[in-house]
Design a protein around this ligand. Structure first.
Ligand code: BGC
Length: 557
């Protein structure tokens, strides 16, 4: 059987607002991505995922779409996306657009029509319910963005449902018209030449009966209600109907589904010809708190990688998907802080931890998804002003931290260390005032980095960038695509696995932490294997922080 193209996909995620600005408005644009295609090609990746670029009021950076058929003017126009697709394809790079199925912007004409009243034909595109009692929302479900999922619409005295921001009402997928409209949208973009979609938040498409309340929640309070609005069994039925129709026009359309809370078992059920080719889940990450400080409220504590736990999770993800199904392999995306700051060490071991973590993850079985800037060791954005955070939560956290006695800088750093926006700083192209991203101050901010930028790292064969290129190149080999994965026994902080394919074998060994740990006794038996990637630490009885090694078995002629 011919292998599907995505079996060897290495995805590069670009957050268009932060990648490259060519028109000097401080916001990245499509021309900036077009201009960077040679850089992207040179990295060795073969698939580009763009976060949303459609017309949007930008309440949630484009995840609130008011017109799915046109490009937001901050990014350019239709001709720019056409050029991008064309130029990417010329370089054998596939394009995935981010498609938001679960909700629209409240400015979308469908919702504007729906607001006109109960009799409007678009009313049923969205989810409405009556109040439970006088002034009481239909149930006690909490929105992911804080507050109730329900927002009252005064004119009709009904409530509409929003799982995310108030200005992002959820669509009613039980209405066949919604599916029909979304199929048209998908076909429109496939017709323009895109190769697939990253499906945003699809696991929430279907909700349970609105009469149900989360149990044991005090009256008048709300609670996150995943059991009622995530991963309901009917999601598969509705998604399948949608995907089957779009696959009729493009059978090799690649669906990268976002299934944030999926366990490996659930992921396995979502990876199907008529659903997703693979999914992005947050399940494989494990963190632990490393500092107790009573001034720091829950959720803002200093954390680091919980290496033993994460190892168990990775093993599970590698071994519990059915034959032929691939997980995604990733360390960060636009919804979480950057890997080198979150799990590595962005001061003492910046290069080494960036390389070690990359090696440990990307040679496993699965599809790597690399966030722009990760390949140069970009760290969390140093946010200098609380006003720059968009999430209202950040402001309340800030006030609380100051009240608890933290200095402004400490408070900002602490918030940035957990906030998703810390990953969205602009790409560091060079060391100039605006990081080579733009000619003026930009929408979110930049880190001024003398050494961690494309210009400097391109000239240095020991850089994080050079390492990523080498790693991506290796990943394309059959050994690292199709080879069996065998985990080896090690002390808790070391991840070691072999890949085997026909006569070929490789061994990856990484100390995932900043601690020195006991070396595995079996390492001696690999002494005649060739060292292909090496942090140059001598392994005796112990393994130094963030040591990484890739050994390849010598050919036996
Ligand atoms: C995206 C988020 C977005 C949310 C709502 C996601 O999971 O990745 O950035 O806020 O969906 O669309």
């Amino acid at each position: 059987m011919k292998e599907a193209w995505w079996e060897k996909a290495v995805v590069y995620q670009v957050y268009p607002k932060s990648f490259k600005d060519t028109n000097g408005d401080g916001i990245g644009d499509l021309k900036g991505i077009i201009d960077s295609l040679d850089y992207i090609k040179d990295l060795g990746v073969n698939t580009l995922w763009l976060n949303p670029i459609f017309i949007s009021p930008q309440i949630d950076n484009g995840y609130d779409i008011s017109n799915y058929y046109a490009i937001d003017e901050i990014f350019g126009g239709l001709e720019d996306i056409e050029t991008l697709i064309h130029e990417a394809h010329k370089r054998d790079i596939k394009i995935l657009l981010d498609l938001v199925l679960n909700h629209t912007s409240d400015q979308h004409p469908w919702f504007q029509e729906a607001l006109r009243g109960k009799a409007n034909i678009y009313r049923d595109y969205y989810l409405w319910a009556d109040e439970k009692a006088d002034g009481v929302a239909p149930n006690n479900w909490e929105s992911f963005f804080g507050g109730s999922v329900w927002e009252k619409e005064e004119k009709s005295n009904q409530y509409y449902f929003h799982l995310f921001a108030k200005k992002m009402p959820d669509l009613n997928w039980k209405n066949p018209e919604v599916k029909r409209a979304m199929v048209e949208i998908a076909k429109f973009w496939l017709d323009k030449g895109v190769d697939g979609f990253r499906l945003d938040a699809f696991i929430h498409m279907i909700k349970d009966d609105f009469n149900k309340d989360v149990p044991n929640v005090p009256a008048g309070e709300i609670a996150i209600a995943e059991e009622y609005y995530a991963n309901l069994p009917e999601v598969k039925r509705y998604l399948s109907e949608f995907i089957s129709e779009i696959k009729e026009v493009k059978p090799d359309c690649f669906i990268l589904g976002e299934a944030a809370s999926a366990t490996p078992e659930l992921a396995d059920s979502y990876i199907r010809e008529d659903l997703c080719q693979t999914v992005i889940s947050f399940d494989h990450f494990a963190e632990r708190i490393i500092e107790q400080d009573e001034r720091i409220p829950k959720g803002l504590e200093k954390r680091t990688l919980d290496a033993p736990e994460m190892k168990q999770k990775l093993k599970k993800w590698q071994h519990s998907l059915s034959e032929g199904k691939l997980p995604t392999l990733y360390w960060n995306n636009h919804d979480m802080p950057r890997v080198v700051s979150r799990f590595g060490d962005d001061t003492q071991y910046r290069d080494k931890s960036a390389k070690a973590l990359a090696l440990s993850m990307y040679l496993l079985r699965g599809i790597p998804v690399i966030l722009y800037g990760e390949e140069i060791g970009m760290k969390n954005l140093e946010i200098r002003d609380i006003e720059l955070f968009q999430s209202p939560q950040a402001t309340s956290q800030y006030i609380q931290l100051l009240e608890n006695g933290l200095k402004k800088e400490q408070a900002l750093r602490r918030i940035a260390s957990v906030n998703k926006e810390a990953s969205r700083g602009v790409m560091q192209w060079d060391a100039s005032e605006f990081a080579g991203f733009s000619t003026k101050a930009n929408w979110i901010g930049e880190n001024r980095e003398m050494f961690y930028n494309v210009a400097v790292e391109s000239q240095d064969e020991m850089s994080v960038l050079a390492f990523y290129k080498q790693l991506i190149q290796l990943k394309s080999e059959d050994l690292f695509t199709f080879g069996e994965v065998i985990f080896l026994e090690t002390t808790d902080n070391i991840l070691a696995y072999k890949r085997q394919y026909n006569q070929e074998e490789a061994l990856v060994l990484v100390n995932l932490t900043g601690e020195e740990v006991v070396a595995p006794a079996w390492l001696d038996s690999y002494s005649d294997w060739i060292l292909k990637m090496d942090s140059e630490d001598v392994i005796g009885k112990t393994v130094a922080p963030y040591t990484y090694k890739l050994y390849i078995k010598k050919d036996e002629e």
